[in-house]
Design a protein around this ligand. Structure first.
Ligand code: HEM
Length: 164
């Protein structure tokens, strides 16, 4: 099933998800480094990465929802997409709460609850990210109909099932 929300012929969601995935995962790693080193600059960097990651996740969710709505009802892809989407909403809420709890701490350092929330968020994102890969690689969501190894360039306007 082709993506319904594209940028230059490719699904917008897989392009935009690099922001939440990269920023939130790195923020969680920085939280662990902060807990081990007490380095205030690391804590401050994590705070701003969470803010940017949550905003990036909200933006990336829009084309994700558009594609999910287009998936036919009653399919495994519809179910997996629902768990993936709702799960990622929870990921964004966990990181959002973690960010909120550290807005007034010194250098925005995470205290125990904020730290636990970001660990829960990154843990859940491993599962929801895997479901995302299942949607594309196994269930063919956002893959061009007839895609094959010798398909012509997307921007050529020719169908993927053609040969180059
Ligand atoms: C933090 C937010 C999100 C992240 C990090 C995320 C991550 C991912 C990842 C890693 C993939 C696989 C991409 C690939 O293998 O090329 C994916 C695909 C997908 N995700 Fe998400 N996702 C998020 C939110 C959502 C939401 C809210 C929905 C709505 C139901 C959604 C629907 C989809 C769909 C339908 C696909 C299949 C590919 C596509 O249609 O673009 N995602 N997502």
């Amino acid at each position: 099933m082709e993506s319904k929300f594209k940028i230059l012929g490719h699904g917008a969601h897989p392009i935009l998800i690099v922001f939440p995935l990269g920023l939130l995962a790195t923020a969680a790693i920085f939280d662990i480094i902060y807990m081990l080193t007490n380095n205030q600059q690391i804590a401050n960097a994590a705070y701003w990465m969470i803010a940017a990651g949550v905003v990036g996740g909200i933006v990336a969710a829009v084309p994700g929802f558009v594609d999910w709505f287009a998936i036919p009802k009653g399919t495994r892809a519809k179910r997996v997409g629902l768990i993936h989407g709702l799960g990622n909403d929870v990921v964004l809420i966990l990181f959002g709460l973690s960010w909120w709890l550290r807005r007034d701490t010194a250098d925005h350092a995470p205290e125990s609850v904020a730290f636990i929330l970001s660990m829960l968020g990154v843990g859940l994102s491993l599962f929801t990210g895997w479901l995302g890969g299942e949607l594309v690689e196994r269930l063919g969501v956002a893959v061009h109909d007839g895609a094959h190894l010798d398909a012509p360039n997307t921007l050529s306007g020719r169908p993927a099932r053609d040969r180059e």
